[in-house]
Design a binder for this molecule. Structure first.
Ligand code: SF4
Length: 701
């Protein structure tokens, strides 16, 4: 019997399940004492030990002498010297903003903080952003506009079990966060109901009481249509609107045209279902709206989130027990990853880089003049688009970005318009990647650094509830591998900034950054490792060591200066890419429960690739008949940007006008080959969930 004495958290999604593992991770079980998953795990969590002892794991730095050469092993000093030399050379020739850093929602809070500090202090560049821009930025933007704060879920997950009605908008959480379903089961046992809004009949939709199978990209119109009916049927919470919010009259004027016939024309959802849904929402004693990436990854993602916050506020839900609006964060540290300074527009503690008071506070903390801090930089996709010399893509009058360091992101698979992304990455003078496996991005790099994995180092993560937890070191890393914190310190030292990066452990970095957040919106200053251990995590804000943390927000006030929430007038608008006679179908993307994001880790695990060896294109039988497509055929799709090939699954679970494929794979099966770089004007989120496509060819082999 293997002893499972070691406790840490899963390497993958924002649910951050507690796990127990044996020495060397030979066995992994769910941790029954962690109150979020209560011992449950999904298949990714069970099999995560295979990542640690994987034969393909990188254990030595790789360098190449020119882009024409293959990689050769190098020692750490050579690899780090090459990166530091490239950064120094770039800064001297083209200025500080020609260097860029690209981070990740998988990094610990300590790494996120240090990466942002490294970019601003050691490089002096404005250009740092991360792959969470592709994940949570629209929800973050909508939350900030409506409530004055961005904590994805303003309540703990167990509140789901007590809610009378849950409305899931664009989330297939039965597949993406399987242990969350224990709370839905409890909710159902208590007599609760679930409405799912999704273009696909997913596992989650199948278990719902009501499924509204919307046209992709129309969740905003649906929310406005429901608000129209709430006004018509006099279902508003007028006292709440008067005492706790601002701006309702402008929103009422905006939705006057969103009558059921118009809503049905746009969304595909008929009037009887609209009326049933709004009656359930207004009659429930407690009701939660939870959005996922299906609603958010659009060029109108922020407005879509605010259409739902408008409806929630009109019904008086936010701040009421077991009620309100929340978003189901995706990446492991998707929440903490957007709080501590790796976003182009942010400084630690969720401070804004263009706010003079916030700049002053961080400059004072770091002991530098406020005017020396860089300004706001380019968002993720704009940063990629500015790589290398490229007339027509780089911002006129500014040097393009020449050197890029990527920490924990597989940009080639995760970014939109993959052909363009690859061309831009190849156009850099110098590309460095830190990861534990070679992936589609590191394969075109100049230097690759092999780094510790999840169980091999200490740090903190902030899960989707805003609960700060400890990733504990429970395994020894292979010889030759180093940590991301170590790499940043070594590079800072080589760039003459070592005095600002003097720490001996992740705990020391944590203690620095929690002090840095004092007075910020995401205030961690009262959180200590000991407090996390004693309480199975601490919810921010936690402004003092004797403060218990804040599991539930908004009971008395919102975070805007007057304490009120804001209605935002928002209107439906077409997607950046719309179908026409040449590209007649809608294409949308999503996830399998066996794989995680760009697949760098999960495509290495035999158990997962055996269960899901590749992507399947969901095709409705009507569309399949039109093109002579049968299950198992190989279909080539084309959008205005590129082509991708998929094996087919013919299924009535998808709308007849829509095709679906997951995006976990690269090469010709890369779903993001078809996706365009249309960005939300507020969040700069690319429109991952929609492209207009056509069927180019069908083959049996
Ligand atoms: Fe839990 Fe997410 Fe890990 Fe699955 S992938 S075990 S849901 S943290």
């Amino acid at each position: 019997m293997v002893e499972l004495a070691l406790r840490t958290h899963c390497p993958y999604c924002a649910y951050q399940c507690g796990i127990r593992m044996s020495d060397a991770a030979e066995a992994i079980l769910g941790d029954p004492h962690f109150p979020v998953n209560n011992g449950q795990l999904c298949i990714k969590g069970w099999s995560a030990g295979a990542l640690l002892r994987h034969p393909q794991r990188l254990t030595t730095p790789l360098v190449r002498d020119s882009r024409k050469d293959d990689f050769r092993p190098a020692d750490w000093d050579e690899a780090l010297d090459r990166i530091a030399d490239a950064m120094r050379r770039t800064r001297e020739q083209y200025g500080p903003d020609a260097n860029a850093m690209f981070g990740s929602g998988a990094l610990t809070n300590e790494k996120v903080y240090l990466l942002g500090k490294f970019a601003r202090l050691a490089l002096g560049t404005a250009n740092i952003d991360y792959n969470g821009r592709y994940c949570m930025s629209s929800a973050a933007g909508g939350n900030n506009r409506a409530f004055g704060v961005d904590r994805g879920m303003p309540f703990p997950v167990n509140d789901i079990g007590e809610a009378e009605l849950i409305v899931l908008i664009g989330s297939n959480c039965a597949d993406t966060l399987p242990p969350i379903m224990q709370w839905f089961q409890k909710q159902k046992a208590n007599g609760g109901r679930v409405i799912v809004i999704d273009p696909r009949r997913t596992s989650t939709a199948r278990s719902a009481d009501l499924h509204l199978q919307t046209t992709p990209g129309t969740d905003l119109a649906l929310a406005n249509g429901l608000l129209y009916l709430a006004i018509e049927l006099d279902l508003l919470n007028r006292e709440y609107i008067t005492t706790r919010t601002n701006g309702f009259d402008a929103v009422r004027a905006t939705v006057l045209n969103d009558h059921p016939a118009r809503t049905e024309r746009i969304t595909g959802v008929g009037e009887p279902l609209l009326r049933q849904a709004i009656k359930w929402m207004s009659a429930a004693k407690s009701c939660m709206f939870l959005t996922g990436r299906g609603a958010e990854q659009h060029s109108k993602g922020v407005d879509t989130v605010n259409a739902w916050t408008n409806l929630a506020l009109a019904l008086g839900l936010p701040g009421k027990p077991q009620s309100g609006y929340g978003t189901l964060t995706g990446q492991g540290n998707g929440q903490g990853g957007r709080e501590h300074g790796q976003k182009a527009d942010q400084l630690p503690g969720y401070r804004l880089i263009e706010n003079p008071d916030h700049r002053e506070a961080m400059a004072k903390f770091w002991g530098v003049p406020a005017e020396s801090l860089p300004r706001k930089g380019k968002s993720a996709y704009e940063l990629i688009d500015a790589l290398g010399e490229s007339p027509g893509t780089a911002v006129p009058g500014l040097s393009p970005i020449r050197t890029l360091f990527v920490m924990g992101s597989n940009l080639v698979v995760a970014s939109p318009d993959v052909n363009r992304t690859v061309a831009r990455l190849k156009a850099t003078d110098f590309l460095a990647v830190a990861d534990s496996f070679l992936n589609e991005t590191s394969q075109i790099a100049d230097v690759v650094l092999p780094v510790y994995q999840w169980a091999e180092e200490n740090g903190t993560m902030t899960n989707f509830e805003g609960r700060v937890i400890r990733r504990r070191q429970t395994a020894l890393a292979p010889t030759g591998v180093r940590g991301d914190l170590d790499i940043l310190r070594e590079l800072a030292d080589r760039l003459g900034c070592g005095d600002k990066f003097a720490f001996n452990s992740a705990r020391e970095v944590f203690d620095e950054f929690r002090r840095a957040t004092a007075g910020g919106t995401a205030d961690y200053s009262g959180i200590t490792y000991e407090k996390i251990e004693a309480n199975e995590g601490v919810f921010w804000p936690c402004p003092a060591e004797d403060h218990p943390g804040t599991p539930r927000l908004f009971a008395d006030r919102f975070f805007h200066p007057d304490g009120k929430a804001k209605f935002l007038p928002v209107e439906h608008r077409p997607a950046g890419d719309t179908p026409d006679a040449a590209f007649p179908y809608l294409f949308t993307t999503g996830r399998y429960k066996e794989h995680y994001n760009s697949g760098v880790q999960t495509r290495q695990v035999g158990e997962l690739t055996k269960a899901k060896p590749g992507p399947l294109l969901q095709v409705h039988p009507t569309l399949a008949r039109r093109h002579g497509i049968a299950g198992g055929n190989l279909v080539t799709l084309e959008s205005r940007r590129g082509r991708a090939e998929f094996r087919v699954d013919v299924t009535p679970d998808i709308r007849p006008d829509t095709l679906f494929a997951p995006f976990h794979w690269g090469g010709r099966e890369g779903a993001n080959l078809l996706i365009g770089g249309f960005l939300d004007p507020v969040s700069r989120m690319p429109e991952f969930k929609l492209a207009a496509v056509r069927v180019v060819s069908v083959s049996k082999s």
